[in-house]
Design a protein around this ligand. Sequence first.
Ligand code: CO8
Length: 258
Amino acid sequence: MAYETLIVETTDHIGLIRLNRPDALNALNSQLLGELGKALAAMDADDDVRCIVLTGSEKAFAAGADIKEMSEKTFAEVFKDDMFGPAGQSVIRTRKPIIAAVSGYALGGGCELAMMCDFILCSDTAKFGQPEINLGVMPGLGGSQRLTRFVGKSKSMEMNLTGRFMDAEEAERSGLVSRVIPAKDLVDEAIKTAKKISEKSMIAVMATKEAVNRSYEMTLSEGLLYERRVFHSLFATDDQSEGMAAFIEKRSPQFRDT
Ligand code: CO8
């Protein structure tokens, strides 16, 4: 499928999606979000894709929702269209892992999009922020909720109320990103990380993703029980037998996703 706002490729079982509106610093408009939903759904359904990397340009992952597209809208329009609600769902519905590779600006909806992914690798030039407050609005795709869970109330509240940006070093220290990588190596490192994941059993990978995400929704005791039951259920897979046999026989496992 041809996309106008994305560059999409699949190599060696890794789906790579680049946001591509360079003139608008990859601002998220309805076309881009629609195309992103389609690209993610296609990769989720494609057995050849085992892990997904979502990135932008070196200057911007995404500088937010498209302010020019939003500026004339009325309450009735955004409410009736449930603006960006379905777009957010299309990211979090994806069952395969998505790594956000963030360089440059990840602001507003851009920061929120990165946080919807399963983890964030960022370059040393990355800048994260929720500057919606400067536009007389507030976050609408998780900035007040996910950012708070990532970095704690105090820092989230400060960022949301002042609109100040967080640099890469602070983002790593605060737990927003898993690692900081030199900008020139970011996408290669994200692909290398995706490759490592792609070599695991997909059943175990998808079950693990679901379990970690559940930790946001459940009490600790419910989450621990959920985790244990899913762990038990993996003993019904061939990949569990193969993975454990390979360890004992001192060889690499040959997972078959069965
Ligand atoms: N929307 C539209 N266009 C944008 C955006 C944006 N968010 N960000 C940048 N652009 C455009 C600029 O207008 C400019 O276009 P032009 O050349 O036609 O004037 C071009 O990109 C380059 O931008 P700048 O010249 O401003 O580049 P600088 O390097 O000087 O500055 C900044 C970079 C600091 C990133 C600056 O562009 C900026 O502050 N951008 C806006 C950041 C922002 O406020 N983001 C939040 C947007 S609101 C939002 O994300 C809400 C999400 C939740 C919605 C959920 C609904 C349910």
